[in-house]
Design a protein around this ligand. Structure first.
Ligand code: HEC
Length: 100
């Protein structure tokens, strides 16, 4: 891999209040439509999205209160007890490092 390639592959974290170009964007890469194959030409066609996004982070409040953050941002899908709604929304397991 050339140094130019490795520069392009660098993963940069997003910044608070400062836009970072993300390419491909969060909806980038191969699309859900799935590929098609032409066996006569041995060609595979993949519908791909190559739109760049500009993303940044924003300050939040109560970030030190994990339980409040979970209730506000996650419980609507995963439930207050982490039970989720399998199979569509998985139950979340707590780690040895902590629990909600
Ligand atoms: C809009 C609904 C929704 C919200 C809100 C949501 N999730 Fe999820 N989450 C999902 C779904 C659906 C999946 C399964 C995705 C998949 O299998 O591709 C998932 C998967 C996960 C997984 C992977 C679980 C596994 O066993 O693979 C984790 C961890 C997770 N979510 C954490 C969170 C956290 C933390 C938040 C809040 C910051 C959150 N989620 C908010 C719907 C949601």
């Amino acid at each position: 891999m050339s140094s130019e390639d490795s520069q392009r592959r660098t993963i940069r974290s997003l910044s608070v209040g400062k836009g970072t170009v993300v390419f491909p964007g969060f909806d980038g890469g191969a699309e859900w439509g799935g590929p098609a194959v032409d066996p006569q030409t041995a060609t595979i066609y993949i519908n791909a999205n190559e739109m760049a996004w500009i993303a940044s982070l924003a300050e939040t409040q109560n970030t030190s209160d994990a339980k409040a953050l979970f209730s506000k941002q996650c419980a609507v899908c995963h439930g207050d007890t982490l039970a989720g709604s399998p199979p569509a929304i998985p139950a979340l397991k707590t780690s040895a490092a902590g629990s909600l």
